[in-house]
Design a protein around this ligand. Structure first.
Ligand SMILES: [Zn+2]
Length: 365
């Protein structure tokens, strides 16, 4: 019985073969592959997949020179990227796996003040635009936008895909476009089984893609569309744009920092109330939360003369608290006292307070 390969993303045992595919002899490439799936990752992949064989194959063959300037026709893709570049502070764009550079040429003409760099194993050709350059040397990091257009479905080593996220600077974007396996069936091509070959070795869902994106990269936009295509008019494509937010605090630390800042902000008010006796207006969540550690009323329960609340009669009998309660209709008799109001200061209350007891000092929490 044939061995079932592990899923390249999660390492779990994948499905038995969905298909067996035969190909002619070509240097560095397998002449037969099987296609396997991982339900956990919503992902399919070919096997075997020798990363060194594929590396040597792409080093010897430019995969996408058809997309040179003048022949590029994926205008939906260019529009998505132009919207990103035009609406955000993007100064440098890297197209990793740029092929013939047609996409970058279109974008560089539209955005003369943005620097564009195209990298591919064979991209040692000149550019006729001052803001566009091509290289076959692995690029440096720190780009505002990294484009991975029809690249990652070709990469055998998932850890190398993960490493490409390091090319994006802080707050920068990575735009990933790839075939959309869920729409192969609705966009058939003239040739048998065209979408399953030995070069598209990864068939990603968006879920699978998010599993390989490093922690701290958040989805900005994404979608599917029919890409204009030379062979059968269209090709089913999908894209995701992720933002590098991994320099930001994790959620627990961000909340901790927020609460520390809050404690700082309310410490002064607590100090002012310390040693004074006052009435509380409102017995809702704002009041109770104010008693929490760091809150403006923390440790000051003993300073409360009474709580003014519409439900005073019920609260007096039902509340577990030892506090005294009084109805708002009785407020006039405490005119002149300090009232700490835990009901929103943006409500109509403020004007009502001013009229009902002009001599009272009102402190809003
Ligand atoms: Zn998996």
């Amino acid at each position: 019985m044939a061995l079932t390969p592990p899923c390249p993303i999660c390492g779990r045992e994948a499905s038995s073969a969905i298909a067996g595919l035969c190909f002619g002899d070509k240097p560095h490439l397998p002449s037969a592959v099987t296609l396997h799936g991982c339900a956990e990752c919503d992902f399919a992949f070919t096997w075997p997949r020798d990363p060194f064989g594929y590396r040597d194959y792409y080093a010897a063959v430019a995969n996408d020179t058809a997309q040179r300037h003048g022949q590029y026709r994926n205008h939906p893709q260019a529009d998505i990227l132009a919207n990103l570049i035009g609406s955000r502070p993007i100064r440098s764009v890297l197209d990793f796996g740029c092929g013939g550079g047609g996409l970058l040429h279109v974008l560089a003409e539209r955005f003369p003040h943005v620097r564009f760099l195209g990298f591919d194993v064979n991209a040692n050709f000149p550019s006729d635009l001052p803001n566009l350059r091509f290289t076959d040397q692995f690029p440096q990091d720190g780009h505002d936008l990294v484009i991975l257009s029809h690249v990652i479905e070709h990469m055998a080593d998932i850890s190398q895909i993960k490493a490409l996220f390091d090319l994006v600077g802080e707050d920068g974007l990575v735009h990933i476009e790839m075939p959309d396996p869920k729409h192969y069936i609705s966009v058939p091509q003239p040739h048998f089984g065209y979408y399953v070959d030995r070069l598209h070795i990864n068939h990603f869902s968006q879920r699978a893609l998010l599993k390989i994106a490093p922690q701290g990269f958040d989805v900005l936009i994404g979608g599917t569309y029919r890409m204009p295509y030379a062979l059968g008019d269209f090709y089913p494509a999908q894209y995701v744009v992720l933002q590098n937010r991994r320099h930001e605090q994790a959620v627990p630390e961000a909340i901790d920092a927020y609460l520390q800042a809050e404690a700082q902000r309310w410490a002064d008010i607590r100090a002012q109330l310390h040693g004074r006796r006052f009435f509380i207006y409102g017995f809702g969540d704002n009041f109770h939360r104010s008693l929490s550690p760091g809150g403006p009323l923390h440790g000051l329960e003993g300073n409360i003369i009474a709580v003014i609340d519409r439900n005073a009669a019920t609260l007096a009998t039902s509340s577990r608290s030892a506090l005294q309660f009084m109805d708002p209709s009785e407020i006039a008799r405490i005119d002149g006292a300090l009232i700490v109001c835990t009901v929103s200061q943006f409500s109509d209350l403020a004007e009502g307070f001013r009229q009902a007891y002009p001599n009272s000092e009102v402190q809003y929490l």
